[in-house]
Ligand binder design. Structure first.
Ligand code: UDP
Length: 192
């Protein structure tokens, strides 16, 4: 896979269609994967936080979330194929879970937002096996991580905002062979 360096963050360079093909394969083979959806704020923040940058660059997929990254890549002389947003990726993963009848776990956002997100998935994507969800305002990771390990989701959507969600995924991703993705404020949009 081709990676393009934008101020230290190494982006995957592929089309959204190709990315979706990889995701389908990962889901079919129950691979353990970590997706970072990086926007300009994340790139700038990673420049000041070398641990965060390392986590991003060790992820399996780093996708250009926003037109700012596409413009930046072009002006640096290393153009990327196209923008791939976290929100569209979240939707694709839920659709794929519906198609393939997979297990999904949701973590993050405010209690009413996560509840509305879960309700929407259950209503609009009836073949999704929603194995659990938890809001993003917790003190102790352990009960959540134990639940994830026990329920073995195929897809884990983490909406704690950056860099919290990426630190969380990096720390716990070995607890379940799933596609793990940090989706920022996407539940707020998805549920609304
Ligand atoms: N959030 C959370 N726990 C926290 C901090 C934030 O669950 O301790 C949630 C917040 O409710 C929102 C999301 O994380 O749903 C962050 O969204 P925001 O748009 O601020 O972050 P970004 O998309 O820029 O990462």
């Amino acid at each position: 896979k081709n990676r393009v360096d934008i101020l230290g963050t190494e982006f995957d360079d592929f089309t959204e269609k190709q990315f979706h093909k990889y995701l389908d394969y990962d889901l079919d083979t129950k691979a353990n994967k970590f997706i970072v959806t990086a926007n300009p704020e994340i790139v700038l923040s990673a420049r000041k936080d070398s641990k965060f940058l390392k986590i991003i660059n060790n992820a399996d997929y780093v996708i250009p979330d926003g037109i700012g990254i596409i413009k930046g890549a072009k002006s640096l002389g290393t153009p990327l194929h196209e923008r791939i947003t976290g929100f569209d990726t979240l939707k694709y993963l839920i659709e794929a879970a519906d198609r393939k009848q997979l297990k999904v776990y949701l973590l993050g956002a405010k209690p009413e937002v996560i509840k509305a997100t879960a309700d929407k998935i259950e209503k609009d994507y009836p073949q999704v096996d929603l194995v659990g969800y938890h809001d993003g305002y917790f003190k102790d990771d352990a009960p959540i991580v134990d639940e994830i390990a026990e329920k073995k989701p195929n897809i884990i959507l983490v909406a704690l905002g950056y860099p919290k969600q990426e630190y969380f995924i990096e720390k716990y991703r070995q607890k379940a062979d799933a596609i793990w993705i940090g989706v920022g404020g996407s539940f707020d949009v998805f549920s609304g």
